[in-house]
Design a protein around this ligand. Sequence first.
Ligand code: CDP
Ligand code: MG
Length: 712
Amino acid sequence: MEQHDQVSQTDAGHGHGHTEKESARERPRLRTISNHSVDPVVASRVPTPSAAISTGQPLPIEPYRKELVEAIAEHGLLVIVGETGSGKTTQIPQYILGHDPNARIVVTQPRRIAAISNAKRVAEEMGERNLGNRVGYAIRFEAVVSPTTQLRYVTDGVLLRELVDDGALSAYDVVVVDEAHERTVGTDILLGLLKQCKRTRPDLKLLIMSATLDVEKFSDFFYGCPIFQIPGRPYPVEIMYARNMRLAALQSSFVDRAVDTVLHIHRHERPGDILVFLTGSQEIERAVTATEKLDAKLDYRGDVAHYHSKDPDGRRVVGMSVFGLYASLETGQQREIFEPARPGYRKVVFATNIAQTSITIPGIVFVVDCGFVKQKLYDPVTHMDALVVTPISQAAATQRAGRAGRTEPGKAYRLYSHEAFSDLPPNTEPEIQRSALLDTVLALKAMNVHNVQNFDFVDAPNPDLLRLSVESVWVELRGKGAADSKRQAQVYELRRQFFDRTGDHLALYNVYSAWRDHDYSRSWCRENMLHHRALEQAQKIKRQLESILDKWSVPDTSARDPTTSRIDPVPILRALCTAYYPNLAKKQVGRPVFYQYAVHHGKRADSDALMSLAIHPTSALAAAVEKDDPRVGEIEWVFYHDIMYTTRANMRFVSRIWRWEWVEPYVPRLDRAMAAAAAPEGTEDGDERVEKAATRSENPPPSASSSGADDA
Ligand code: CDP
Ligand code: MG
């Protein structure tokens, strides 16, 4: 066990000390706060636990019930800030119901497990016999609610979907965005959409709740709305640092060190439960097993320091009750975590970041902080997000330490040195600024927000991350000599083996499948003039998408016909072409050029004109279109990946849309109306108007082939 230095909390530069206390009477609590202040006295002096279940001590929020209710009644928009565990999530909705028994309230949580456990807790406190009567919860694929449910705890995603169906959220009087400090992509999108919603629903109460202090940002975003601050935690926390331990060295060993530290605390410290912050379920399970093994070997009758320890009821400590806490845990298993340890046992909980602010475990006196968190990070190689173990921020370390001081003075063991702490970034960057935004863009598109760049975000995403470009899989030869053109013809022949009559997307699929069938071989790529690195990227992206689908619990279906084991292209193309909307184009009658279906949002100044598009010569469909190849059949509609401007506008990566009905249901109403105005469907008249528009455009549609069969 390495040495831990003790540094007082004020020395460590974070404010849970007594030094910052001030009198509650002098301090206006409803204000735009500018600094952090704590008052350890007020909370413990005021008796009045209002809840049906008493934890023995009043919650820090309770003295402020009346003022809170008044502030909520007075202000349509309010930011509420208070330390984790002060009672925001569980009490404030009950206060509102106490004031207005008919209020319909929804409280969002970034995590499912928090939605469920808070709903259960509040239902119990309200004396509800069943969950789903007055209090319920809704997470994806699971809703425990009924028409009589007035208070719902839901995940961000659930409320986002409700906003799609009803932009005015008429089912609610009060919307509470909880854990706003977490700044997940879901929360950030929600805040932007709720700001819009509030314009059409001035009567809607919108409360933003946050555990940390960087809340001016939320107030600024919501027109400088007031901030209600609930005074902080009552007890000081001593901080212990591991001597000379840098994060780089710690990263590979923090699980073992965490277990060692738990043993150290168990043997040498007074009674009190231990909360250990680790990064993921696997390490947690490993730590639980290791701790249980070591506990079994401890000689509780021998002469070790803990021998003299007594539990809070005066019983001698005889063992540890060890738990893991992470998002994918069964709900049944979680229950015990919130209950007091068995008599004579010390409770030890190994948890992910979920215990940092989302979930409060009672009885914690010791915190062990590994200094790392698993979070989404943008990977510039794959242009996708990856879950990466990264150092936490100072704000997060302070939050973690604070979990030890809720019921009595506590101690936080940081597995890293004081110097390492000083090097940590002060705050955690919002997820939206460090993720590839595939999720964000998809979520916004699902909400009919197509112009992501102009969306009103609390913090705008990095515009570079909004482009998801990947290098081409085809090796291109550039040269003009005779030898080169012969070589180019060979390359084309190689490429043709993957071509598909539906177009380029399935051709790419064929390339990928063939590569997989050749054991992802590098030399096979070389022989076939394919970029190995591009295929590797595709493989990574495939895995990433699989994990997103997994996260959303989308069932795994295959487009493969089970009898012939051949791919059915229709569902694939259908999915793709709705995803590519509005990149749709219709072929002009008798000509190898197409016109664009809809305005290409803000990409070009002349985008109002219905541009004429050619097919890029590398496309699997190029030859067929130019020669009107009867084997391909008549092509009417296509969708494309992007447009490359040379002397003409070329669609790259093009596939056919067999039936217009594939796309029809997905076309948003607005665009449908616009299309109807520009080109009444299926009439000659429409085609004429479109062609006129094309002729008027600045770049007249050039020839797509040497035949010159177009209007250039
Ligand atoms: O939202 P905030 O962090 O301010 O506090 P809270 O979640 O409302 O928690 C208030 C109290 O309720 C804490 O003492 C928790 O330990 C307790 N609680 C609980 O025992 N079980 C839950 N599922 C939720 C809260
Ligand atoms: Mg809370």
